[in-house]
Design a protein around this ligand. Structure first.
Ligand code: ZN
Length: 330
């Protein structure tokens, strides 16, 4: 035994004897927190993109979509909340494919297991960009926003590109409101093998604690199609709280009308949790976004919890095992 080890042992024994079992207990390390959640909706942006957008877009100073955010900024969030990995979703304007490339470069981070890109299905350049993104091994699909989908469904080039996505098992992620339910159903019907994911519970909004009949109908109608899935994401955005003001309610009860409707319609195999970090912080703490949906899914049973927080995202986004960091903290 070295002099140093002997001294350490002596000190430990003295400390134990003097302070009794309380100190001994404190010396035991906390068990490693298991990373088990998959978060299929986060946004990162580089300095070049922020600079480019600032020329044309004026944002609230606290709007995180106007900030440089890299995977390393997310590490403490992921570690604290038991998130193993994230699929990043585009926050990229059309005709700026260089920012999709930047995001795919970020996938070198052990925190990222996929990217849902921005693309214009009407563009003759779509196919070349698609092939380049795909060659990274991290492309998991494309996101379309609001009324874009309507235009694509009527256009032959866009339909050809949708067929490529369907053929390759890519996800079409949709940032749409319940007003776009008809387009979602047409897409689901006409491309039955295409995997479709609706973001943020169809942009649900609580007014006086209630959801609208139109929203409920949209959720129910779209859930009839087995290739449509629903992200239980960015939950704090659904309250009537304004961004950057008073934080939104953190009680599960507040969000129950939304979560219950989506869960009943889509079932435990077609709902998936996501944070929408850092945009969700405009309304409160990301920790509450995780805990509210966890509590809700737990009320539906251990299996629903595991599927909703992890397994469904792994399956729907076809996340590769080798792109996941180890589940245990070292
Ligand atoms: Zn988002």
């Amino acid at each position: 035994m070295t002099e140093f080890n002997r001294l350490t042992l002596c000190c430990s024994i003295i400390l134990c004897c003097l302070s009794g079992p309380v100190v001994a207990q404190q010396l035991v390390r906390e068990p490693a927190k298991k990373r088990w959640i998959i978060d299929p909706h986060t946004h990162f942006k580089g300095a070049e993109q922020i600079e480019w957008e600032a020329r044309t877009t004026k944002r609230h100073p606290k709007n995180t979509l106007g900030h440089v955010i890299t995977p390393e900024d997310y590490r403490s969030v992921a570690d604290r909340l038991g998130i193993q990995s994230t699929v990043v979703v585009e926050a990229v304007e059309q005709d700026t494919p260089q920012f999709n490339d930047w995001l795919l470069e970020q996938a070198e981070s052990d925190l990222i297991s996929g990217y849902v890109a921005r693309g214009n299905l009407l563009s003759p350049e779509f196919a070349a960009n698609y092939e380049r993104y795909k060659s990274s091994g991290y492309l998991r699909g494309f996101r379309f926003r609001q009324a874009e989908l309507r235009g694509y469904l009527d256009h032959e080039t866009a339909r050809q590109h949708l067929q490529y996505l369907e053929r390759d098992g890519m996800v079409v992620d949709l940032l749409v409101s319940s007003d776009h339910a008809e387009s979602v159903m047409t897409l689901a019907r006409e491309f039955p093998e295409l995997t479709i994911v609706i973001d943020h519970c169809f942009g649900a909004r609580l007014v006086g604690g209630k959801v609208s009949p139109g929203w409920t109908k949209a959720v129910n109608d779209c859930s009839e199609f087995p290739n449509v899935h629903c992200k239980l994401s960015s939950i704090l955005n659904f309250s009537d709280a304004a961004p950057f003001g008073q934080p939104a309610s953190v009680d599960l009860e507040t969000y129950q009308p939304i979560l219950e409707t989506c869960f009943r319609a889509f079932g435990e195999d077609r709902v998936m949790f996501a944070t929408n970090w850092a945009v969700c912080t405009h309304y409160g703490q990301v920790d509450d976004v995780v805990s509210i949906v966890t509590e809700f899914l737990k009320s539906k049973g251990e299996q629903a919890l595991h599927k909703g927080m992890r397994e469904n995202a792994l399956r729907v986004f076809q996340i590769r095992e080798e792109h996941l960091r180890p589940r245990e903290n070292k």
